[in-house]
Write a protein that binds this ligand. Structure first.
Ligand code: SAM
Length: 343
């Protein structure tokens, strides 16, 4: 009996090649090829190679790979950016992902090279990837200016892309003041004051970060309603606010640290004050969305949570009326209110 070959496992084949495709995107971004091609007509490989200071044959292969991945267009006249490369891959666009791509190449790639050890040992692999043990994820990032800038640019790029959906997931117009704890570059804060002109936002983050925020301020925007305050949210007093925000903070920390942080927020919240959490919320089976499930493989001490887990966690610290909005963007939003003591 003749047996026909099984259908090509295209999903598996695509995954087998995923690392090559990622690395092609990372290297083209690192060489700033998309910046060079911005607002330019088709350009020959030899000119691009000259500009980036790389070999012609290597550059040509990389450009063809980018064209095959749909990042560049290739015609007999040369290579040009696709619309999506112009929007997301040039380094200075409003919605540029360049910062996160460079972070992926320089930081996540070495960590993921050690994934087998991470799984076997159940721990983050900083020591293998970078030759040193990380006691605190962030101390490690902020040790060197260059690494700090890279990390902040990475956070900024995702925050810019998600801020509008997070800011409008719920109607926040009832709040007069907000404090974005671990608010980093202020990307979400600036979006909030645009959407809610009567809102004053304080960005609270570690001193190393606050010292570096001017680089990320939006040009031409009236910045008065956004203030930056430096401090450690585990140790220092938190600024007063009607609305506290934790965006991509809870997923970084183990339960003991979350206990300290949520207890502090709960203690300073007056009844009727609220907490807005922005995270990628997992489905109840915890297998989707894969962007969050795959991120867990980096093995920080924290974890991603499902809707029911966020609800349970927040209720444990005296928050009530927990509402969850799946935005369809990279970050979802969870809003809850401090329980009214008289109830
Ligand atoms: N909220 C931003 C966003 O969503 O783009 C940044 C998220 S980033 C994963 C976590 C932020 O928490 C960083 O800006 C970091 O500096 C800040 N952070 C970490 N430990 C902190 C601490 N002990 N006190 C205050 N901020 C802290």
């Amino acid at each position: 009996v003749s047996q026909s070959a099984p259908k090509l496992p295209s999903k598996i084949l695509e995954l087998m090649d995923g690392f090559r495709a990622s690395k092609a995107l990372f290297v083209a971004s690192k060489l700033k090829i998309f910046d060079h091609l911005k607002d330019k007509g088709p350009t020959k490989a030899v000119d691009i190679a000259n500009y980036v200071g790389a070999s012609v044959c290597g550059t040509e292969r990389l450009l063809d790979a980018c064209a095959s991945l749909g990042l560049l267009e290739k015609t007999p006249q040369g290579y040009s950016n696709t619309d999506s490369a112009n929007t997301y891959l040039t380094s200075d666009g409003k919605y540029s992902l360049h910062g996160y791509i460079i972070h992926s190449n320089d930081h996540l790639w070495p960590l993921f090279t050690n994934l087998e050890f991470a799984v076997k040992e159940g721990s983050r692999q900083n020591h293998r990837a970078f030759g040193k043990k990380a006691d605190d994820l962030f101390k490690d990032y902020y040790h060197r200016q260059e690494v700090k800038q890279r990390f902040m640019a990475a956070m900024h790029s995702i925050a810019r892309l998600t801020a509008r959906d997070v800011a409008t997931a719920f109607d926040l117009s009832q709040f007069k003041s907000a404090c974005d704890l671990g608010g980093c570059t202020g990307a979400l804060a600036y979006e909030l004051v645009q959407v809610y002109p009567n809102l004053k936002v304080t960005v609270f983050d570690l001193p190393e970060v606050i010292a570096n925020t001017s680089y990320f301020q939006p040009s031409g925007q009236h910045t008065a309603p956004v203030t930056f305050v430096s401090g450690d949210f585990f140790k220092d007093n938190l600024p007063e606010a009607d609305l506290y925000i934790l965006s991509r903070v809870l997923h970084d920390w183990p339960d003991e640290k979350i206990h300290v942080l949520l207890s502090k927020i709960s203690a300073v919240c007056k009844p009727g004050s609220a907490l807005l959490v922005a995270e990628t919320v997992l489905d109840e089976q915890k297998t989707h969305p894969s962007v969050a499930v795959l991120q867990s493989l980096s093995m920080t001490e924290g974890k991603q949570r499902s809707s029911s887990e966020y609800k349970q966690l927040l209720e444990k610290y005296g928050f009530t009326d927990v509402q969850i909005k799946i935005t369809g963007n990279l970050l979802d939003a969870v809003l809850c209110f401090k329980k009214n003591l008289s109830l």
